[in-house]
Design a protein around this ligand. Structure first.
Ligand SMILES: Cc1cc2nc3c(=O)[nH]c(=O)nc-3n(C[C@H](O)[C@H](O)[C@H](O)COP(=O)(O)O)c2cc1C
Length: 542
């Protein structure tokens, strides 16, 4: 992140920049000085920007601006004071806008003129036309620069110190907003969820989807039905149809490129069941931490911490899955362990035909019995879900902070009750030798897939395999020791309708989070290397 200060001559860029730099400790870069330095380095003569322009012509000057913008762009966490026309030139502006907060300083025309001529009228503003020329220049800059600004500050009044303080606090506000993604997932494909489990509705705004993609409410509903409460005896008895209403972004069955807003009304809250929880923290739930963080909490079902929020992810995930399917990517998750019972076989066709979503029909029966026994015993059980993503082309993910495994793991770990994610053979790799764990390559492909389809944070082209540990539901009717809001010891038996096992309903959510992460990274990669995008998008159409 860089802080870029722009504005017309006399707006206070340098003086405010200097104080900001002292206040924040950020080093300042002045693009005019950089241009002069670079020119001197190349030409051997020290000239001012204006002299360079006059002597060497516009194209030479524009090239210098672009080279300086590219260099400044590499200076993370610097204050970049822009002069001259560097922000007017689209090529250099594009470079400077990248990962930057743009501060636009402006003042009244009278004050700008006063400041610009305070130490004598610069040659380009001399003559009877000078003041009008300056006003036209300021108006032109305003038209071009204002739309790009994240923060606009009028410096007509105030001392440089006061103005620097004002700019500083606006930067802080902006950074606080930018660095928070508490309710939004993704960079290009972005899903924002809203709503609480006991409010009138929950919903999602899904943005960044290309226009013209066929998508229907039925497709989204089908996925939501897989996550819906009340679908079998092994999940919560809360009765919700989870009917999705698409409010925007889809016209005549196709995406328009506008945000896709979706809403799901809550129907069967029974908030009175939660009255006993008003002043008591449920062990294992988010009640205690939520209260400590915000100083208040919606005790009716956990509010934003409720598993109900994940319906919004499934609504967005359904669109992402559908889109990825058109590109040849198939995402399948299934229960491989529940209450300690492990699946021994894997048949995708049986996953949706048993209530625990296990690909082994025999193990599924035992798992179902284990959930029912736990429920009868006023208790709950956990399990492990395997995620398999087929058809991911090689090249997805970035080598450092944007690693594919890091992105997928982080996406899945945002789900409540998920306590572990392993990639490929995961923890078992720690007990192997390199000669066993490596995936040899022969005949143009990988001989094994112990790494789970990801090497160096980038997809190999083999299926991406992950396993997700889901803890037993914390809300149980068995008596447990806990604290109330005053810090006093007490005992709690959690009423309300809860999942005796979260695993079966977590399966479609895990698939959705994987789809959102993969689609987002796909869009990033397609922009990084357009020929990669064309290759893999056309391959799936062929
Ligand atoms: C699909 C789904 C359904 C859930 N259902 C319940 C539930 O019925 N009761 C409950 O106590 N927790 C449920 N949870 C888990 C809680 O949201 C989660 O345990 C809680 O927010 C605390 O977060 P933590 O377990 O990640 O620490 C569910 C989670 C998911 C993903």
């Amino acid at each position: 992140m860089k802080i870029v200060i722009m504005g017309p001559k006399g707006a206070g860029k340098s003086s405010i920049g200097r104080i900001l730099s002292a206040n924040t400790g950020l080093q300042t870069i002045d693009t005019d000085r950089m241009i002069e330095d670079l020119h001197e380095q190349r030409d051997g003569h020290r000239l001012t920007c204006r002299e360079i322009f006059a002597e060497h012509g516009e194209s030479c000057f524009r090239q210098l601006e672009c080279d300086v913008a590219a260099e400044a762009n590499r200076h993370d966490w610097h204050l970049i004071v822009t002069g001259g026309s560097i922000m007017l030139n689209p090529d250099s502006r594009r470079l400077l806008r990248h990962d930057a907060l743009l501060i636009y300083l402006i003042a009244s025309p009278e004050v700008l003129w006063e400041r610009a001529t305070a130490h004598g009228t610069p040659p380009w503003l001399e003559g009877p036309e000078g003041r009008d020329r300056f006003a036209r220049e300021v108006a032109f800059r305003d038209e071009v620069l204002r739309p790009f600004a994240d923060v606009v500050v009028d410096t007509t009044e105030g001392t440089p110190e006061e103005l620097a303080e004002q700019v500083g606090s606006l930067i802080n506000e902006e950074l606080a907003i930018l660095s928070r993604s508490a309710n939004t997932f993704g960079e290009i494909i972005r899903l924002t969820t809203f709503g609480e489990s006991h409010g009138p509705a929950i919903g999602a705004v899904f943005d960044g989807i290309r226009p013209g993609i066929e998508i229907s409410a039925e497709t989204i509903q089908r996925e939501l039905d897989r996550r819906r409460p009340g679908q079998s005896k092994v999940v919560t008895y809360r009765k919700e149809s989870d009917t999705v209403h698409i409010l925007s972004g889809v016209f005549e069955g196709k995406t328009t490129g506008a945000p896709i807003a979706m809403i799901i009304y809550n129907q069967d809250q029974r908030s009175e069941n939660y009255d006993d929880l008003k002043d008591v923290f449920r062990p294992g739930h988010a009640d205690f931490t939520f209260y400590r963080k915000y100083g208040l909490r919606d005790h009716r079902g956990g509010g934003r911490s409720s598993g109900r929020e994940t319906a919004c992810r499934v609504a967005g995930g359904a669109v992402a899955k559908e889109l990825l399917a058109k590109r040849g990517v198939r995402i399948v998750a299934h229960t491989v362990e529940l209450a300690g019972i492990r699946a021994q076989t894997c048949d995708y066709d049986v996953i949706e035909s048993n209530p625990v979503r296990c690909a082994d029909p025999e193990a599924a029966k035992a798992m179902e019995e284990a959930v029912l026994a736990a429920r009868k015993d006023c208790d709950s059980v956990g399990g492990i879900v395997q995620l398999e993503i087929h058809g991911v082309p090689p090249g997805l993910g970035d080598p450092v902070f944007g690693k594919l495994d890091a992105r997928l793991t982080s996406a899945i770990m945002t789900m409540g009750a998920v306590k572990g994610v392993e990639v490929g053979l995961g923890f078992a790799l720690a007990r192997m030798r390199g000669s066993e764990s490596n995936d040899p390559m022969a005949g143009g492909t990988f001989v094994s897939n112990n790494c789970g389809g990801i090497l160096g944070g980038i997809s190999t082209g083999e299926p991406v395999i992950m396993r997700v540990a889901v803890k037993p539901t914390s809300s149980i009717a068995k008596p447990q020791r806990t604290l109330d809001v005053s810090g006093a010891d007490c005992t709690i038996k959690v009423k309300g309708r809860h999942d005796p096992c979260i695993v079966p309903r977590a399966v479609p959510v895990i698939e959705s989070m994987a789809a959102l992460a993969i689609l987002d990274l796909w869009e990033v990669q397609a922009r990084l290397r357009p020929e990669w995008g064309r290759q893999w998008e056309s391959a799936s159409e062929a």
